[in-house]
Design a protein around this ligand. Sequence first.
Ligand code: ZN
Length: 500
Amino acid sequence: MGNRLDVFKAAINEITDYGHITALLGWDMQVNMPAGGAEDRSDQISSMERLMHMKITSPETVQLMGEMREYAKTIDPDSDDARLIKVSLREFDKLAKVPTRWVAEFSKETSQAHMVWEKAKRSSNFSIFQSSLERIVTLRREYASFFAPYEHVYDPLLDGFEPGLKTAEVQAIFNALRPQQVALIKAIGQKPQVDDGFLTRPYAEKAQWDFGVEVVSKFGYDWEHGRQDKAMHPFTTSFGLGDVRITTRFDPAHGASGLFSTMHEGGHALYEQGPDRRFRRTPLANGASMAIHESQSRMYENLVGRSLPFWKHFYSRFQQLFPSELGNVDLMTFYKGINKVEPSLIRVEADEATYNLHIMLRLELEIALMEGSLEVKDLPDAWNARMSDYLGVTPPDDAHGVLQDVHWSSGYIGYFPTYALGNLVSAQLWEVMQQQMPDLDAQIERGEFSNLLAWLRTNIHTHGAKYEPQELLQKVTGSKIDPQPYVRYLTGKYSAIYGL
Ligand code: ZN
């Protein structure tokens, strides 16, 4: 079988290369490409995707996959080879179960829906988007049916982002979390608000850029194998273990937003640079899931980047860069300002305490749509009712409510929960880290980040996608995804800031 295993690995290497080439085309499209290149580029990307699809569904690959399925049963299920076969077969089986007709229809529908959604959002009118979304929901239900029998109709969608995670698990996590987060936000709301007026001053881009570079360099981002550029919507992308790139953006209305964006993407990039080199050119050289990925970015952005020890180290330097904006703002005022809690309408601008409620609302609506207990036409009312229930704010119009996110127009149903789960995982890992490195805060205050990264490398990054998310967490923390560490983290942090 040795020889056939090598043939299989060579095929996997080639398919992985196609994926990285496509990612490079996408990076260039978002970072450098002149607007006039759009038509040619989209042809090029779809040609690459077709090439990859042909390779995966070719008779040789189908034959190989069948042989590997049998071979995997004869070896240690925790070995690299068994896991590579398992992860590859997951993708392969999905392709085999979903008819080409559905893929074409879905791709056509979502590319049109994107433009319709933009128009609906611009005119703040959900009814423009309604019939597109109805077709997407119908297509998504059909997609789920290809994976029947399932425990819950939402399971096959969730599985696309969180391998192995079940809807019932996510519901149990969120049900435990929601009342505690709502109570915390209420308690904060009864205290005097902190000042963050200094954040709305225009911070010079160049100084923000330089400071961001300095910070992610200290975090351990490897510039020999990466670079940073500007992009409209910040993202991290990888063309293999040797080339992992980040992007950032600057918003003149939100002073330090470029810095936090750089730290967030830096967290993703450290993860992508971290898998063991023996996984090179395979799907194991990836993150374990979206939630585990988001746990890394949120950790660097929030648990590190919005912490007091971090700013005790960096604030005087930051103040020097922005003397007119921050000259008369002391450390504690700055620290409190970047951690201000305020229920608001827009998810992407939400603070750490309110963010997860935006996600829970979306998850509940997605599940109801998939189950058929909610009709698309009733979505705006259902959205507004929950916003008022959970956050105490009511959107003035659809653009600030149900139309704010791009995800549904792209057909992404099942994606949102990974953002909140990432927050929970970040705090869960942090607690274990603090037990094992009791002076972690002191290290951060000294500007030392190497032990933090070494811990993440050993426990999370090096494994790449070898383990499923719940399995990985169980190994590292002794339990599956647990909301309590995040509740403890928020309560501790905001008790100090707001004097609860
Ligand atoms: Zn992210």
